[in-house]
Structures are given as structure tokens and as C-alpha cells.
Design a protein around this ligand. Structure first.
Ligand SMILES: NC(=O)c1ccc[n+]([C@@H]2O[C@H](COP(=O)([O-])OP(=O)(O)OC[C@H]3O[C@@H](n4cnc5c(N)ncnc54)[C@H](O)[C@@H]3O)[C@@H](O)[C@H]2O)c1
Length: 433
């Protein structure tokens, strides 16, 4: 009998979402509908996944939730922060992702989710503004208010544990500055000095979460927990951190196709990716400073997989361009096009076109739910610091300086399953299923 190292999922699991927009409301509604038996959590590996454990005679296939003690969806309590005052019902209707008939059955639960005031700084997302915003003298003081929100939410909802996840807008690009971001001490001094140029709002949420002992997930491409100060804080507070940027649509396809080209040793001369989308995320990304944060996250995967150090002749001259265009008529129904110019035998060129007519929040919701459930598992397993096993869900997987992230979707999936095996007391293995 193997010994599961994850403590049981006793009591309520609080989930505090930063941002109550399209992705958050779609995730909440799907979860509430699933627990009423009115929808299936399609795409959630934690809820519906099946995988192998054991080798040889021990080999068997089980549901993930029978291998590790995943929290019961009935035990989840949702809360949120947002700069708009809409409750989750109004926010979902405005987001216009789901049909009313899929929202109405959980209307009462959604009405009860009213956002806490946001720690918001317009200079980080200048295309949006709202009234539900905290007031305070400094980043430090505002972060104290966030910590109080977490404590109040936990107490009022009788939660055993709380996971905090950023599903709010992408912040403008800020570079890492080791004078401020290099240590917890320097970072705290900057918060107290109200250094708004270096202390982004998202960093304050992450700091508050960790100081309250909550795992933190960064779903946008913000710098946020990608700095030494946050890695140090995660070690000190023994909390898991994961990020960044949900790998939902176009990048998910890239991290499937690029490994195929690499494995077949096909060269790539160019990869042009463009998108149209018309939701609030699109408005925010219409600002070049915010788009820059996203661009960096979206481009990192290809350069990593199509490694020109290994095959300079195949990938040295690759031209990679990513565009996102705000186009209101499409709302959440994003469309992406990829034009991929490749070459093969004797250098002869070929072209591949990918046209993905997707639904942004429908793709993101199961990733959000899994990140929450696996972060909670990691906490109960006593894990802390960067959680690489959840790279599967991230466009730009977090890693410490000098380490190389894994982008290939199927390698990431193997990492996820191996960690689940380890949690359940089995050895990580290289078996083919
Ligand atoms: N949908 C996807 O497939 C996908 C993939 C990767 C990343 N993301 C990221 O997920 C995030 C959410 O996407 P969405 O479509 O739900 O966007 P959205 O605009 O519908 O929702 C974001 C919400 O965050 C709120 N917000 C902004 N700054 C805040 C702050 N400081 N504190 C509290 N609330 C704040 C906004 O008011 C808004 O309601 C975006 O950053 C997006 O880039 C989405």
C-alpha cells in the first residue's frame, strides 16, 4: 500500500479571485453548475482526468481524484476583488460568454458574490477604470487591507484553506529591478516607501496571499511573482506559487505543433500569429504598454522549443511575430490565425495555416479550476515555492534564474502526472502509458 503524502481535504476551500471578469465568472458558473449536476467540468484534469499509476503488475488506471485527495467542488467557496461593483451575476451577464439559460440556475449563489474593493492603479491598466477601489497612503497600507479581506473572507465563510488566483487584467510591462525585487527586505521597504513604479498591484495581492499562508497563482503575464523577493517569501511562508499566463488557445496549439517540427527536424523560417478579440481583456491589451507584457509571454514558448542552439541551421533565422487586435464585434469569441513557414528536404519550403475559432473564457476556465485544485493539493502536501508541475497550464512557466522552463505540452503533461504519482506515494517514472 502506498502512502499518500497529501493531507485530506477537510473543510471548506476558499477561492479568492483577483478580478471578477469573463474568465472568473465562467469558471465560477461552470463549477456551480457542475455541483448541481447541470454541466460537466470538461477539460479539467483534476475533476475528470484518468491516468496510470504503478508499473508492471501494479499498473492500473484511476481517476485523478481517486489517486490524490482533490477538494470536493461542493466544498469550494468563491470570493473576488474587482474595481467594478457588479456582483458575479451582473458581471457574468455583462461578460456575455455564457447563455442566460446557463447562468440562471445558479443566480442566487452568483448574487451573493460581491467583490471586495480592488487594489487598483490606473497607471498599470489605463484603458479601464472603476469606483470599487481601496484608498490608502502606500502600497504597504493597501496590502494590509488585502490581508484583512483574506482573513475576513476565511472567517466569514468558515474556510480551512484559501487559494488566491490572479484572473485580473494584464498589467503594463515593468522590467525586473533587483534593487527592489531582489529580496523580501528590499521589496517591503519599497512597499512602505510607496514605490509605485516598481511595486505593481498584482505583487501586493501575491504578497498578501503568501503572508496569509495562501497559495498564489498568476494567470496573466505580469512580472508579479517572477522575482527573487517572491521566491524568498514563498520559502519563508511555506506557500506554493505558480504562473504565469494561462496557456489556453493559440499558445497551446504552438506548444503542440512546434515539438512536432523539432522532432521531425523541419526548419521554420517564420511564424506569424495574429488574433482578434473584443472583450474587456482586449480593451486592456489594446494599450501598447499592456500588450508588451503579453507579447513577451506569448513569444517565449517558440524560442524555447525550436532551440537554435541545437539546430542553428533549422531555427536561427526564424522570424516570429505576435499580434493582438481589439475588435469589439467578436466579444469573447476570439479568432486566431497562424501562418507558419517551414522547410524540409533540400530546403524546399511549405506553409501551414491554423485558424482557431475559439472561446477564450471557455478554454481558460478548466485551467483555472485545475490550478486552484492542484495548488490546494500542493499546500496540503507541504510543497512550497515555484510549482513547476503546473507548467502544463502556463504560457510562460515560472523558473528560477539559470533554469530552463519546459514548454512542450506533452512533456508538461508528463511532469504533471509524475507529480501526482509522487503525491500518491508512487515513484515518478518514464513509462509509456
Ligand atoms: N481567456 C484566456 O484564454 C486567457 C488566457 C491567458 C491569460 N488570460 C488573462 O486572464 C485575465 C482575465 O481575462 P478576462 O478575459 O477574464 O478579462 P476581463 O477583463 O473580463 O476581467 C478582468 C477583470 O479584472 C479586473 N481588474 C483589473 N485590475 C484589477 C485589480 N488590480 N484588482 C482587482 N481587479 C482588477 C477588471 O476590472 C476586470 O473585471 C487577463 O489578464 C487575461 O490576459 C486569459
Amino acid at each position: 500500500m502506498k502512502e499518500n503524502i497529501v493531507k485530506p481535504a477537510n473543510g471548506k476551500l476558499g477561492v479568492m479571485c483577483v478580478g471578477l471578469g469573463a474568465v472568473t465568472t465562467t469558471t465560477i458558473i461552470g463549477t456551480l453548475m457542475a455541483r448541481k449536476g447541470l454541466a460537466k467540468p470538461v477539460g479539467s484534469f483534476a475533476c475528470e482526468g484518468i491516468m496510470r499509476i504503478g508499473k508492471g503488475k501494479e499498473k492500473c488506471y484511476k481517476e485523478v481524484k481517486d489517486i490524490v485527495p482533490v477538494a470536493d467542488l461542493n466544498d469550494i467557496v468563491f470570493g473576488a476583488w474587482d474595481l467594478y461593483e457588479d456582483d458575479a451575476y451582473d458581471a457574468a451577464v455583462k461578460a456575455n460568454v455564457l447563455k442566460l439559460q446557463d447562468i440562471e440556475p445558479v443566480k442566487d449563489e452568483l448574487r451573493a458574490i460581491r467583490p471586495y474593493k480592488a487594489l487598483f492603479d490606473k497607471s498599470y491598466a489605463s484603458n479601464i477604470d472603476g469606483p470599487n477601489v481601496k484608498v490608502g497612503e502606500s502600497r504597504w497600507e493597501l496590502t494590509e487591507q488585502l490581508r484583512e479581506d483574506i482573513r475576513n473572507f476565511k472567517r466569514e465563510n468558515n474556510c480551512e484553506r484559501v487559494v488566491v488566483i490572479w484572473i485580473a487584467s494584464t498589467e503594463k510591462y515593468i522590467p525586473r529591478n533587483d534593487e527592489v525585487h531582489g529580496s523580501v527586505k528590499a521589496f517591503e521597504a519599497a512597499m512602505k516607501a510607496n514605490d509605485v513604479a516598481n511595486v505593481a498591484p498584482s505583487m501586493c495581492y501575491a504578497y498578501a496571499a503568501m503572508r496569509e499562508g495562501c497559495p498564489f497563482v498568476m494567470g496573466a503575464p505580469n512580472l508579479c511573482v517572477d522575482i527573487p523577493a517572491m521566491w524568498e517569501l514563498a520559502e519563508e511562508t511555506k506557500t506554493p506559487i505558480t504562473g504565469k499566463d494561462f496557456k489556453s488557445g493559440q499558445t497551446m496549439m504552438k506548444t503542440v505543433l512546434a515539438p512536432a517540427f523539432f522532432t521531425r527536424q523541419l526548419g521554420v523560417t517564420g511564424w506569424f500569429s495574429t488574433n482578434i478579440l473584443g472583450n474587456r481583456d482586449g480593451i486592456v491589451l489594446d494599450n501598447p504598454e499592456n500588450f508588451e507584457t503579453k507579447r513577451r509571454s506569448k513569444t517565449s514558448a517558440l524560442e524555447n522549443i525550436l532551440d537554435s542552439d541545437v539546430y542553428p541551421d533549422l531555427y536561427n533565422d526564424m522570424y516570429h511575430k505576435v499580434r493582438i487586435n481589439y475588435y469589439p464585434p467578436r466579444g469573447d469569441e476570439k479568432e486566431s490565425w497562424d501562418n507558419i513557414d517551414i522547410f524540409g528536404w533540400m530546403g524546399y519550403p511549405m506553409t501551414i495555416k491554423v485558424n482557431f475559432l475559439c472561446r477564450d473564457s471557455i478554454l481558460a476556465a478548466p485551467l483555472v479550476l485545475d490550478l486552484i485544485l492542484f495548488s490546494d493539493i500542493a499546500l496540503r502536501a507541504g510543497e512550497y515555492g515555484i510549482q513547476k508541475f503546473m507548467s502544463f497550464y502556463c504560457k510562460a512557466p515560472m523558473h528560477k534564474d539559470g533554469e530552463k522552463p519546459v514548454h512542450d505540452l506533452f512533456k508538461q503533461f508528463a511532469m504533471l502526472k509524475n507529480k501526482i504519482r509522487e503525491f500518491a506515494g508512487y515513484e515518478a517514472d518514464q513509462e509509456l502509458d
